[in-house]
Design a binder for this molecule. Structure first.
Ligand code: AMP
Ligand code: GLY
Length: 431
């Protein structure tokens, strides 16, 4: 079968690496791909948001499955166009993808379904925002969220009412994030540790996969600005089997069912961003795609062929066959450009990678995120540049091995967190 992957980051490199191992995949394409993906797939120069061109390509080449990495094409209706043409696609349609496309929609949906989440108000004028803030009803700190897609920049945590008002004005008046900030969610601050939970659904059936723990802040000790994710541990160690059951029963199942009842059939991977609070797990956000760098830590642990699972979802016949995972935990460390998530330079030569290979050593994989080739040389091309994933007999070994991999790679200005996995380790050792 010919398979097309849409996207060109670390997540798509990991998907390409795993799908390439499937005996059923005869040819792999990626739009647009990156300098790492091109060693596994034919990279084609189509923008992920160019839905019609992607559908034409899939139709002309008789692509048997298209796997969508990023959220934007899904929110724009890629799956609807593919389904209209009878092309198998992995990823939810526009109506279901609104779960990530609009935070206000997601919050109201959670409320309708009685699914645990932070208390909130949706506001669309400065006056409405001021009255919610002044009432003090949601307490402090107060979380201010832009409704629309904001590339990870849409959430801020205000410590005082003045700070909250200022943030509201930046979004509504100054239009810092454009139309994403015309409507805002003001939300109660939740205390706890975060976990990313993943489940597959074909619209009716749900297959829970795994939990992973991302590290979203830029610097060690969870300091600094929010990023797309600086590193990840899989499986997460901060929740027990009972909490996992609770997440499936009280969050994942009612979400899929609630969407179906509203005519929003969810076919794809559901990523639940969850805060583990003293009152139990609560939804922080939904994403309608695999996490990045979560999937770089998830897929190296998956023993099964990925293709049949994704096909079952796309064709609406997801079975209850639970995939097998290696017992070894995985740790992924992101190597970023200096300055990320703010301004950064690109075009820096990358040293230490073996040409064309994902495996740096046994059990250590390097996935390309923001890389490109210039004059035959590998250089940096984005904020998050590479993800190094290692498996280990235990978490401590996995951490050590991933940092061994990191130490072999150099580029000017490189930045990475040195404490990926330490929080997870503390849960095991009780320290
Ligand atoms: P989101 O895009 O909604 O996941 O928000 C980005 C990050 O902001 C999350 O990963 C959390 O770290 C933080 N965050 C969002 N909502 C809340 C909340 N209600 N309480 C505490 N932290 C939050
Ligand atoms: N790692 C966070 C995300 O994929 O949104």
């Amino acid at each position: 079968m010919r398979v097309l992957i849409v996207g060109g980051g670390g997540r798509e490199h990991a998907l390409a690496w795993k799908l390439k191992q499937s005996p059923e995949v005869t040819e792999l394409f990626c739009a647009p791909g990156n300098a790492g993906i091109k060693n596994l797939a034919d990279c084609i120069n189509i923008d992920p948001s160019d839905i019609v061109e992607l559908a034409d390509f899939a139709e002309n080449l008789s692509i048997g499955l298209t796997v969508v990495g990023p959220e934007l094409p899904l929110i724009l209706g890629l799956a609807d166009e593919f389904q209209r043409r009878g092309l198998p696609v992995f990823g939810p349609n526009r109506a279901a993808a609104e779960l990530e496309g609009s935070k206000a929609f997601a919050k109201d949906f959670l409320r309708r379904g009685n699914i645990p989440t932070a208390r909130y108000h949706i506001v669309s004028t400065l006056d409405q925002a001021a009255s919610v803030i002044e009432s003090g009803e949601l307490g402090l700190p107060l979380v201010v969220k832009a409704d629309g897609l904001a590339g990870g920049k849409g959430v801020s945590i205000a410590q005082s009412s003045e700070e909250a008002q200022k943030q509201v004005a930046t979004l509504m008046d100054d239009r810092q994030l454009g139309s994403a900030g015309t409507r805002l969610v003001l939300e109660e601050f939740l205390e706890g540790e975060e976990v990313s939970f993943f489940a597959l659904s074909d619209g009716h059936n749900v297959l829970p996969l795994v939990a992973a723990q991302d590290h979203k802040r830029a610097y060690d000790g969870d300091e600094g600005p929010n990023t797309g994710g600086m590193g990840c541990v899989c499986p997460a160690t901060n929740l027990n089997a009972e909490t996992l059951k609770h997440i499936v029963k009280d969050i994942v199942n009612p979400t899929i069912k609630g969407l179906a009842n509203e005519g929003r059939k969810y076919q794809g991977i559901l990523y639940c961003g969850i805060m583990l609070t003293a009152d139990g797990p609560k939804v922080l956000e939904f994403n309608v795609r695999f996490g990045d760098p979560e999937v770089q830590a998830i897929l190296p642990r998956l023993k099964d062929d990925l293709l049949p699972l994704l096909l079952e979802v796309a064709e609406g016949r997801l079975g209850q066959h639970r995939p097998e995972w290696t017992r070894e935990p995985a740790v992924s460390v992101v190597l970023a450009s200096g300055g990320y998530p703010g301004k950064y330079e690109t075009g820096k030569a990358i040293h230490g990678l073996e040409e064309g290979k994902v495996e740096l050593d046994e059990g250590i994989c390097v996935f390309h995120a923001g890389t490109k080739e210039v004059d035959g040389k590998l250089v940096t091309g984005g904020g998050r540049v590479l993800t190094v994933t290692a498996l280990g007999q235990n978490l401590k070994t996995a951490i050590a091995r991933s940092y061994e991999g990191v130490a072999r790679i150099q580029f000017e200005g490189q930045h990475f967190r040195k404490d990926i996995g330490q929080k997870a380790l503390a849960h095991i050792t009780g320290g």
